[in-house]
Design a protein around this ligand. Structure first.
Ligand code: ZN
Length: 145
C-alpha cells in the first residue's frame, strides 16, 4: 500500500486526449507530464491516442493557432487602425493586443499591411501627417513651456 492518502486518478485515454487538447488543469498537466517522462508505455499510449483521434487535425499547429487567434482583429480592422479611422475603444484593444500581448500573427499582418498601405495610399498618409503637424502649434501651451 503505497498509494498515499490521495489516490490520483489513473491516466486514461480521456486524460491523454485532454492533454493533447491542452485542456488539462495545471495540477493534472504536471502529473501527466511527469508520468509521460517516467513511462515509455504511457508515451506509446499517448501516441496511439493521438493517432486514433478522428479529429487529429484539431491538434495540429495550425489548429492551435486558429484557437488562440480567436481574439485577433480582422485584417480590415488592422488596416483601419493604420489609417487611424478606428473607434477609439477598438483601437485601444488592437494596440493592447499587438503591443502588450505581442500577438505574432497580428504583428506580421500589421507589418504586411503597413507596407501595402504606405505604398498604396501616400496621399492619405501625408495628408494625415500634414494635419498632425499643422494642428500641433494650435494647441494651447504647446511651445510656450
Ligand atoms: Zn492577434
Amino acid at each position: 500500500m503505497d498509494q498515499g492518502h490521495d489516490t490520483p486518478a489513473p491516466i486514461d485515454d480521456e486524460t491523454l486526449r485532454a492533454y493533447l487538447a491542452d485542456d488539462l488543469p495545471a495540477e493534472d498537466l504536471a502529473r501527466v507530464e511527469k508520468a509521460l517522462r517516467d513511462s515509455s508505455e504511457l508515451r506509446g499510449q499517448l501516441e496511439s491516442v493521438r493517432q486514433n483521434r478522428e479529429d487529429a487535425s484539431l491538434y495540429t499547429l495550425g489548429a492551435i493557432w486558429r484557437r488562440t487567434r480567436l481574439t485577433c482583429p480582422s485584417r480590415q480592422q488592422l488596416g483601419s487602425l493604420l489609417l487611424d479611422i478606428l473607434e477609439p475603444d477598438l483601437a485601444d484593444y488592437l494596440i493592447f493586443h499587438i503591443e502588450v500581448v505581442e500577438c505574432p500573427f497580428c504583428q506580421a499582418n500589421l507589418a504586411d499591411l503597413k507596407g501595402k498601405t504606405e505604398a498604396a495610399t501616400p496621399a492619405i498618409q501625408s495628408r494625415h501627417a500634414r494635419f498632425l503637424n499643422s494642428s500641433r502649434h494650435l494647441l494651447p501651451g504647446e511651445g510656450r513651456a
